[in-house]
Design a binder for this molecule. Structure first.
Ligand SMILES: *Cc1c(COP(=O)(O)O)cnc(C)c1O
Length: 390
């Protein structure tokens, strides 16, 4: 049943709650096993280190990676920066060109802008109306100077999933590294770094029921080993790629979340897809003219992004905020009134970017919540349209 005391949470792309099992796994590492995982001289340190290595193994298994290919970070923002800045710095002698897309997360786009300030060249490929790059354009953009392609696995606003294996094959064939920001994809769709020819992959625990402030970068070792220039200098932790005392409780939490995701991902995705489709059908029935943003089939199971013509999403969120926690798009840009760069990139103009809402479903979502939210959004949309018309 619905808990009327607080709004329904439908912003799971911004963050997720921590799974109770994950919390339980973490607790001993705050108080009991608190030693520094780098303290190799005593048993307590060895215990903390063993927990970190077990977590590394869980993360690796979720991705089809090997545990010595996982570098722990403070989250996906740091992993994106380490991948992009670290790889280009290391490959400076080989070339100075990077390819990405206009629909990436700010962590990738702003790291690329920084590269430009460092004198490197960045190509921002356009995306189609569904938010996907054209693979021929990608091929044509590669030059002898290209060292890295960074394309996200799944978009955090519109849910579109990229053809990872195809992009990876193109990058591999041309001898260019392929980085993917898979923060929204991990724990929801199948990721296999070997089959998908991924060289670098960013993820974050708090997007799949782990704690905030911890994530990882997968750095390929098998076949052609990827080398990165560290972006944090210090004690040489994480095989020199990321200095700083390890966040042992956070890493244990990430590992537990990854273990649960590996075992439960398919069942969770099926349930979320069903709920998401139910929400979409309810909105279509109750909101005249509503349209889907993003790809109709190649999309995250828990994402629904819709365009409600004539209804400003800001006003809609104000009207419905007592009932539901929703978002217009990315949490990092929510504070601004600028239209979403992702929605603009789809090429439909500013109106659609200002009149779109993102629903992010999650483990706690129920059919009752979906029906309630659809009804509240439909009511509010109808009221706002009347206001505009009168
Ligand atoms: C949330 C998110 C990030 C940032 O992750 P943090 O761990 O919060 O730094 C980066 N990329 C995408 C696609 C995201 O959804």
């Amino acid at each position: 049943m619905l808990d009327a005391s607080r709004p329904v949470y439908m912003d799971y792309h911004a963050t997720t709650p921590v799974d109770e099992r994950v919390v339980r796994a973490m607790l001993p590492y705050f108080t009991d096993v608190f030693a520094n995982a780098a303290s190799v001289d005593h048993e307590a340190g060895a215990q903390a280190n063993a927990a970190v290595e077990a977590a590394r193994d869980h993360v690796a298994r979720l991705l089809g990676a090997r545990s010595d290919e996982i570098v722990f970070t403070s989250g996906a923002t740091e992993a994106d920066n380490l991948a992009i800045l670290g790889a280009t710095e290391k490959l400076a002698d080989k070339g100075n060109h990077v390819i990405t897309t206009v629909a990436e997360h700010k962590a990738v786009l702003d790291a690329c802008k920084h590269l430009e300030r460092l004198g490197k060249r960045v190509t921002y490929l356009p995306v189609d109306a569904y938010g996907r790059v054209n693979l021929d354009e990608l091929r044509e953009a590669i030059t002898n100077e290209t060292v890295l392609i960074s394309i996200m696995a799944a978009n955090n606003e519109i849910g579109t999933v990229a053809p990872l294996a195809e992009i990876g094959a193109i990058a591999r064939e041309r001898g260019v590294l392929f980085h993917t920001d898979a923060t929204q994809a991990v724990g929801y769709i199948d990721i296999d770094v070997v089959k998908q020819h991924i060289d670098l992959l960013s993820l974050s625990a708090h997007k799949f029921y782990g704690p905030k402030g911890v994530g990882a970068l997968y750095v390929r070792k098998r076949g052609k080993r990827v080398r990165l220039a560290p972006q944090l200098h210090g004690g040489g932790h994480e095989r020199g790629m990321r200095s700083g005392t390890l966040n042992v409780p956070g890493i244990v939490g990430l590992g537990a979340a990854a273990d649960i995701a590996r075992k439960e991902r398919e069942a969770l995705a099926a349930r979320l897809r069903h709920l998401r489709d139910r929400l979409w059908h309810a909105l279509q029935a109750a909101v005249p003219g509503v349209e889907l943003n993003g790809h109709p089939t190649e999309r995250l199971p828990h994402n629904l992004s819709v365009f409600i013509p004539g209804v400003e999403s800001r006003s809609l969120l104000v009207q419905t905020k007592r009932d539901v926690a929703l978002s217009t798009g990315s949490a990092c840009t929510t504070a601004s009134v600028e239209p979403s760069h992702v929605l603009l990139a789809l090429g439909f103009g500013e109106n659609r970017a200002h009149q779109s809402v993102r629903f992010g479903l999650g483990r706690g979502t129920t059919e009752a919540e979906v029906d309630f939210v659809a009804a509240r959004v439909a009511d509010a949309a109808a009221r706002l349209r009347q206001l505009v018309a009168s």
